[in-house]
Design a protein. Structure first.
Length: 269
């Protein structure tokens, strides 16, 4: 389904070439916040919204990319129906002028780590990537990553043309896993492209609750059920009460490092 969007002229901006917002969803979008975000997203004039529904996420994204490229899209923005974002999120990512860039998104189950990953080490199991922890990420700017989730991933046309169709594939990170997003990242690296996270663009990740990366007193944390508007209105103490606080994140990182060291020691034994 190709959604042309509504006719509100204030939503369309001439600053960038047109592209495609490729949406994958179930038969119905799951969260009203996502629908509201899509209704208000600011986008370059001529941008289309290929929207594909069904259980096969990789196929939905590939079909959207094909439609977008066929219609002259100079970039694609990958989007699932479990996210919420500010109206200018897409334009801010476009301003970075990078081959591949993603917003900051938190995993939607504890320990709520960022969906950003490092290059695997020699002893990293196949299909897994060491995670970044919040204390390792800068508060602003762009940060290069090895792999990441596809939520809000902005990909330039020349990247897709340099890679082969299908771009998103399952089963390559282990027979029991999908991981179409991280495998796309691996293929992009093999094709010579770099991937960045824009630390100044955050996106909510909905499960029956919203999980949003926030900055508090110079540290990254994760807020639960906290929109950008609510964040601006809450007191600092209220924000702390709603977040997976930095100290807890540090304990998570320490546990990960300890377990990794134990596993590495056993493998060398």
């Amino acid at each position: 389904m190709l959604v042309q969007g509504n006719e509100r002229p204030e939503l369309f901006r001439p600053d960038h070439p047109p592209g495609a917002i490729c949406v994958a969803s179930g038969e119905l979008a799951r969260y009203p916040a996502f629908t509201e975000s899509m209704l208000n997203v600011l986008r370059p004039k001529g941008t289309t919204i290929p929207w594909h529904a069904g259980l096969n996420v990789a196929a939905n994204f590939n079909n959207g990319v094909r439609e977008g490229l066929a219609n002259g899209a100079q970039w694609v923005w990958i989007m699932g129906d479990d996210h919420e974002f500010e109206p200018d999120a897409l334009l801010r990512l476009l301003e970075r002028d990078l081959d591949i860039v993603v917003p900051v998104v938190a995993r939607r189950q504890p320990p709520f780590i960022p969906v950003l990953f490092k290059q695997p080490q020699e002893d990293t199991p196949r299909g897994q990537f060491p995670p970044y922890h919040w204390s390792e990420l800068p508060p602003h700017g762009v940060h290069e990553v090895y792999t990441c989730g596809s939520a809000g991933m902005l990909i330039r046309r020349h990247v897709l043309e340099a890679m082969t169709d299908p771009w998103f594939e399952t089963g390559h990170m282990g027979h029991e896993y999908t991981f179409e997003d991280t495998y796309f990242c691996v293929k992009a690296h093999q094709a010579g492209f770099r991937i960045f996270a824009d630390m100044d663009v955050q996106m909510d990740h909905w499960t029956p609750m919203s999980v949003r990366p926030v900055r508090h007193q110079g540290h990254w944390a994760v807020a639960v059920n906290l929109s950008a508007t609510a964040q601006a209105l809450l007191t600092a103490q209220s924000l702390i009460n709603l977040t997976h606080d930095p100290e807890a994140q540090e304990r998570t990182k320490a546990r990960f490092d300890r377990d990794h060291a134990i596993t590495k020691g056993e493998s060398n034994a």
